[in-house]
Design a protein around this ligand. Structure first.
Ligand code: FES
Length: 258
């Protein structure tokens, strides 16, 4: 039977995304649930394991509701303190605070500078030729919406190069499952796969997107290409569009904060 949520006063969202896991999130989750049980707080405290919470540079992280507090660099030892201070005595635990709703700055363990318009340069790309463009973050939550947007908005005008083969099929559909995006046209042999998330130990790791470039050419063609360490460039897509769509892509997928 599920937990009686009418009794719950605190919910702890424990990140178990890739980076947090690499830094001990599974052990933290186990110790947190153990400490909650031992403190007799099981009925009033709910724990939820999540995928990446977008704070990898502060990993492992957790979020406490309804306090609205984020906590960074958690370990099995600090989990015990967290339970004592936050769930029992409701005091500080300030050394591990990352952010609290209402604050105007974050106390990040490490800061990644946001990308700016300076990222975009005119240069000769060894694969795409003379372009104006930038390399973007290859995170799945950046690349998947980028692909979806391009395939949905411009799918009838795309030129697609997949592993050096040109695909002509229109009306591509994009679906996503288990860290891999499937792109299918109306010809079975033109189904393509993009591995966006794979644990380091997985057989798919070498096929995971490791570099993405978004570019514009002088002839008004826009394009992206995706690389992985096994195959180099495996997917390149080009399309013709006006400046509005290009600016929208730049603002959403290049100029993002770390
Ligand atoms: S994996 Fe935990 S914040 Fe990204």
């Amino acid at each position: 039977m599920g937990k009686d949520l009418t009794k719950v006063t605190n919910t702890v969202f424990v990140c178990n995304g890739g980076t947090c896991k690499k830094n001990g999130a599974e052990e933290n989750t186990r110790e947190l649930r153990c400490a909650i049980k031992m403190a007799g707080l099981h009925e009033v405290t709910h724990t939820v394991k999540t995928l990446c919470q977008g704070q990898c540079e502060n990993a492992p992280v957790l979020f406490l509701n309804p306090e609205g507090g984020w906590y960074k660099r958690m370990t099995a030892e600090t989990i015990d303190e967290f339970v004592k201070q936050k769930l029992i005595s409701h005091t500080g635990f300030d050394d591990h605070r990352l952010f609290k709703e209402g604050w105007t700055t974050m106390l990040a363990a490490k800061t990644i500078e946001p990308k700016t318009h300076d990222e975009l340069t005119h240069h000769c790309d060894e694969h795409a030729g003379d372009v104006y463009g930038a390399v973007i973050y290859p995170w799945e939550h950046n690349v998947y919406p980028l692909l979806k947007e391009i395939f949905m908005v411009y799918r009838d005008t795309l030129t697609i190069y997949y592993r050096n083969q040109v695909l002509n099929s229109a009306a591509f559909q994009l679906t996503y499952k288990d860290g891999r995006a499937q792109i299918r046209g109306n010809i079975a042999s033109e189904a393509l796969e993009v591995v966006m998330a794979a644990p380091r130990e997985s057989e798919y790791f070498l096929y995971k997107v490791s570099k993405v470039k978004l570019y514009q050419k002088a002839d008004a063609f826009n394009g992206i290409y995706l690389m992985n360490s096994k195959q180099g460039i495996f997917l390149r897509v080009e399309w013709r569009s006006g400046s509005d769509f290009w600016n929208h892509l730049v603002d959403n997928y290049v100029m993002i904060s770390g």
